[in-house]
Write a protein that binds this ligand. Structure first.
Ligand code: SF4
Length: 222
């Protein structure tokens, strides 16, 4: 789907943002967390699985290991057992423990507040860093591009790229910075509830009048 100047017209972008805000006025990160450390770990665990699955294991994990120091000193097999159901549990257990160790050793057990520092943590890439900065610290350093944001941004012709870093670059150019954080939350919820990957529910979609995706299952444009 090409990005055309019409697709990126400021009034169209403004209309998309207004419709999303009206549909999801109070949307927040769906991962349960009480502090930045828990959000780092929960987001790292959310790779290749759902937030619902992550939320099933994190209460037990954070009860046993409530701080970076406790997680850093934990037994790896015990971590693996707790997070097993989130998939890729061996790599994830190793990464979250290594991240906890880096937090203790290099950041005095405090989660840093810049992308450059956050991506030094094992298992933390740009997406996780943006989630933590946006959802916990309220810092709009970038736009979270997960599978939903990527798919919907393409369907809405906001990007033609498929690599998250390039999609994020496109979104940063066209969205006002004060909408970067909420826009991701809104698209993620819209992707989960309406703009489903296989069979988008276009007849129920608030963005339908603005959408020209070839994947549409219903259109008012005819
Ligand atoms: S109209 Fe359909 S394809 Fe377009 S955003 Fe809505 S659900 Fe997705």
């Amino acid at each position: 789907m090409p990005r055309t100047s019409k697709a990126l017209a400021p009034e169209r972008i403004a209309a998309i943002l207004a419709a999303l805000r009206a549909a999801y006025p109070d949307v927040v990160c769906a991962l349960i967390h009480r502090n930045a450390f828990e959000l780092v770990i929960a987001t790292a665990l959310s790779a290749q699985t759902t937030d619902v699955n992550v939320n099933k294991v994190t209460p037990a994990l954070f009860k046993l290991y409530p701080t970076p120091r406790a997680l850093a000193a934990a037994s790896l097999p015990e971590i693996e057992e707790i997070i097993h159901s989130t998939g890729f549990y061996r790599a994830k257990a190793k990464n979250i423990q290594a991240a906890a160790r880096v937090l203790v050793e290099q950041f005095n057990s405090k989660v840093p507040t810049t992308i450059d520092e956050l991506i030094q943590l094992p298992g933390v890439a740009r997406k996780t860093a943006n989630v933590v900065l946006g959802s916990w610290f309220g810092i709009a350093s970038g736009v979270v591009v997960d599978t939903h944001v990527l798919r919907l941004s393409r369907r809405l012709q906001l990007t033609r790229h498929t690599e998250p870093v390039k999609v994020e670059r496109d979104l940063i150019k066209i969205l006002p910075q004060d909408r970067w954080i909420q826009f991701s939350h809104e698209l993620i919820h819209h992707g989960r509830q309406i703009c489903l990957a296989r069979k988008p529910r276009c007849a129920d979609c608030t963005l339908e009048p603005l959408c020209h995706s070839r994947d549409k299952t219903w259109s008012s444009h005819r």
